[in-house]
Design a protein around this ligand. Structure first.
Ligand code: NDP
Length: 310
């Protein structure tokens, strides 16, 4: 039986370890502060931001939400970021993506003070990641590494295949795995013989955004599979094709009218892998946990409070 890598359990572990660090900061100076900028009314972004604010509350991190309208100009958004950069009580700044099409996302992300860049998207932090120097790491890739380490899954010397080359997930997770001494192959939409390449993987990471695309054909027997994809399906035929083997899931579909599915086929991964992250409940919860970890780390650095508990 394949082992299920439980992201909720690891999230709880990470948050339990952060709590005394937050308390120590509050005693020594003040609670860490996170500013979240949510532009416009994208419903998915609103849910993500609500969950981030909730996680802050749980840990005692002070959060504030800024909600400029989606007509905001790039320069106006940059002015908001600059005022947050200058504020002593703000340790982390997060700009919820995606931004409206007329906003220059690159310029906006580059405006964030690299020391407050808790999403790890600033080019300086990406450069630190490439060269293996300390810095704030992108949250989802950092969460994946945390999960692998806490489950004691060996990485050094293993063949890792990452499907997806985005700046947010694919590229940074590939770099982190390489720094842990895996031999890494990065695949994308132009990769030839994708299934064949994936079958070489001891460790397969899927960050594609296509529901259940990686079937048994792509998974080596006994591989460890990390499924980053979060895809909502609301077509019954598609749900049946993916979850027809699972009456509980189909009942859930009939109740809710939709289901979440990863980029890896849920039936096939359970059959082929030695261990895998489920969707939901795998990688998703770790992203917010690592955002909290980055905020605490940024606050400790800025306030000169070391991370040792006590
Ligand atoms: P992007 O759309 O930015 O990148 C997708 C990547 O997949 C691209 O590199 C693309 O290749 C590649 N790709 C697309 N189609 C294929 C194909 N048929 N064969 C091979 N490669 C393909 O997505 P993200 O990296 O932002 O996100 C990926 C998934 O992870 C999404 O489902 C997203 O919702 C989820 N996600 C989950 C998070 C979490 O917290 N769990 C956080 C962030 C994302 P190319 O570059 O050639 O176009």
């Amino acid at each position: 039986m394949a082992e299920i890598l439980d992201g909720i359990r690891i999230r709880d572990e990470i948050q339990a370890e952060l709590k005394p660090r937050v308390e120590r900061l509050a005693r020594a100076a003040r609670a860490p502060g996170l500013a979240v900028i949510l532009v416009g009314n994208n419903p998915a972004s609103e849910i993500y931001v609500r969950n981030k604010v909730k996680a802050c509350e749980t840990l005692g991190i002070r959060s504030e939400k800024l909600t400029p309208p989606d007509t905001i100009a790039t320069d106006e958004l940059i002015a908001i970021i600059e005022s947050l950069n200058a504020r002593e009580d703000v340790d982390g700044i997060l700009v919820q993506l995606p931004l409206p099409a007329h906003v220059d996302t690159r310029r906006v992300l580059e405006a964030v003070d690299p020391d407050k860049d808790v999403d790890g998207f600033h080019p300086l932090n990406l450069g630190r990641l490439v060269s293996g120097r300390p810095g704030l790491r992108p949250c989802t890739p950092a969460g994946i590494l945390e999960l692998l380490k806490r489950y004691r899954i060996p990485i050094a010397g293993r063949d890792a295949v990452v499907v997806g080359r985005s700046d947010i997930v694919g590229k940074p997770v590939a770099l982190l795995l390489m720094h842990e001494h895996a031999t890494v192959t990065i695949c994308h939409s132009r990769t030839s013989n994708l299934a064949e390449v994936c079958r070489r993987a001891d460790l397969l990471v899927a960050a594609i955004g296509r529901a259940a695309m990686l079937t048994a054909d792509y998974i080596r027997q006994g591989a460890v599979v990390i499924d980053v994809g979060i895809n909502r399906i609301s077509d019954r035929g598609q749900a049946e094709a993916i979850f027809g083997h699972d009456p509980e899931k189909m009942a859930e579909f009939d109740r809710k009218g939709s289901l979440l599915v990863g980029d890896v086929h849920p039936r096939d991964v359970a059959r082929c892998a030695s261990a895998y992250t489920p969707v939901p409940g795998g990688v998703g919860p770790l992203t917010i946990a690592m955002l909290m970890a980055n905020t605490v780390q940024a606050a400790e650095r800025r306030l000169g409070v070391c991370s040792a508990s006590g």
